[in-house]
Design a protein around this ligand. Structure first.
Ligand code: HEM
Length: 438
């Protein structure tokens, strides 16, 4: 059949009204590959795991990030690991990879738990005074601090508030642009755009300060920032210049905090709504930790805690939609895909397909037993994507998430305030509404 949607505007109005509902309905009505018009362009939504394997893994070169959605990301972080492509990307990925090896990540566990215990103290104070907390805000501040300290050194810590404030403005502006579908920068700056530029400038200044301090000290701290700064190009011997370094640092700060924070926020909401799962979580924490803070060695034994996180990432994948540009004509799941189109994929939709996830709306961490995982196709679940452009921080995020959940849940059972029901807000990531008051 021909593409869905009206000529020129396509399905834009439906998407603006309710993107998650539209995606879900489209997949249910059209099966593995749906074709539609988005504005004047042609787009496909690929939801079947076989099609996703084709696009993300087997024919990945045909599906690039030359897509307008990345223009916005580039405006924020410049050309870093998330936005670059080809040789530049490969070089940077190889450079960054060692910072994410298991042993290095494990060494960061102590710092992750220490930062979480400080938040736990703040929660205890709020509980005494009866002051509600906003879980999203707390999780954002915590994960920003963790990623900053772990990968970029303690200098970032002093600047966390400034970074947080700037990211908030940028997030609001970006969402506003997404909602109004002004995806490219305006020719004449609007008030929104000026606020965006100010925040972006502030962010770059913070990062420039962090880099300058490190250069002054000329120390190798063994973290990602030092690795980036000291690396030399094999052929030319050149080192990364400050502009490039800034982009890589900003990429890590952005990609490494908002996603994990969103996932953790949903975990608190889902635990409140599912007392059986919450009980099992506490039984595990009592048995494994018995009241002491967790360490890296405990992580493999916190099996149910990890499953809570996995199931949360199934129901509310922080990155709920991604797009690629189709370079050459291709066939996906038997459907013709035309060059120049946009190809969209959505973990939110695929991870709720009843074919692979019976009773998809039900929160059930035991979907992630090893047997059940092995029985599903690889791309029935892909909150971190897959293939060469898979999230570099996935093991970092999973360890961090497990440690944060275990540390806080030992001392607290956050309850959502009376009358509040969380609804997913499809912003840059899929956040719970009103920052989840607890
Ligand atoms: C890429 C998800 C945590 C750093 C990605 C992508 C997804 C993703 C879906 C692919 C994006 C794209 O193709 O445009 C998540 C989720 C997280 C998480 C759900 C937490 C629950 C982290 C953390 C870090 C990080 C903690 C860093 C410490 C990155 C980077 C990329 C990336 C640098 C680009 C990798 C590349 O293209 O080579 N992430 N992420 N992420 N993520 Fe994550």
């Amino acid at each position: 059949t021909g593409p869905r949607g009206l000529p020129l505007i396509g399905v834009v109005r439906d998407v603006r009204k309710d993107v998650l509902g539209w995606l879900t309905r489209t997949a249910a009505e059209h099966g593995p590959v749906a074709q539609y018009r988005f504005g004047p362009g042609r787009a496909y939504l690929v939801t079947h795991p076989d099609g996703l394997k084709h696009v993300l893994q087997d024919h990945v070169k045909n599906y690039t990030k030359d897509h307008y959605s990345y223009a916005m990301v580039r405006r924020i972080v410049g050309d870093g690991l998330l936005t670059s492509q080809g040789e530049t990307w490969l070089k940077q990925r190889r450079l960054a990879q060692p910072a994410f090896h298991r042993a290095r990540i494990s060494a960061m566990a102590g710092q992750m738990v220490r930062a979480t215990l400080e938040l736990s103290e703040q929660w205890a104070t709020s509980k005494r005074t009866g002051e509600p907390r906003h879980a999203v805000r707390d999780m954002m501040a915590l994960t920003l601090r963790i990623v900053g300290e772990a990968l970029l050194g303690t200098d970032v810590r002093a600047e966390t508030e400034a970074v947080s404030a700037a990211f908030n403005v940028i997030s609001e502006q970006t969402v506003e642009r997404f909602r109004s579908l002004r995806l490219l920068p305006p020719v004449l700056p609007t008030a929104y755009d000026r606020a965006f530029r100010r925040a972006n400038h502030a962010l770059r200044e913070v990062v420039a300060r962090v880099i300058a301090k490190r250069r002054e000290r000329q120390e190798d701290l063994g973290d990602l920032l030092s690795m980036f700064m000291l690396a030399r190009d094999e052929e030319t011997g050149e080192q990364m210049d400050d502009a490039h370094l800034q982009s890589e640092v900003l990429t890590m700060l952005l990609a490494g905090h908002e996603t994990t924070a969103t996932a953790l926020s949903w975990a608190w909401a889902l635990l409140h709504q599912n007392p059986d799962a919450e009980k099992k979580l506490h039984e595990e924490l009592d048995a494994v930790l018995g009241g002491r803070p967790p360490t890296a060695e405990d992580v493999p034994r916190l099996v149910y805690t990890r499953r809570v996180l996995d199931e949360t990432l199934r129901l509310y994948p922080p990155v709920y939609i991604l797009s690629r540009k189709v370079m050459e004509d291709d066939t996906v799941c038997g459907y013709q895909i035309l060059a120049g189109s946009s190809l969209d994929i959505s973990p939110y939709v695929t991870q709720r397909l009843p074919e692979f996830w019976p009773e998809p709306e039900r929160f059930d961490p035991d979907r992630f037993t090893p047997e059940k995982i092995a029985a599903r196709p690889r791309y029935a679940y892909f909150p971190f994507l897959g293939g060469p452009r898979q999230c570099i921080g996935n093991n970092f995020a999973l360890m961090e998430g497990t440690l944060i959940l275990a540390t806080l849940a030992q001392h607290h059972r956050p309850r959502m305030v009376a009358g509040y029901t969380p609804t997913p807000e499809p912003l840059i990531t899929l956040r719970p509404s009103r920052e989840l008051p607890v």
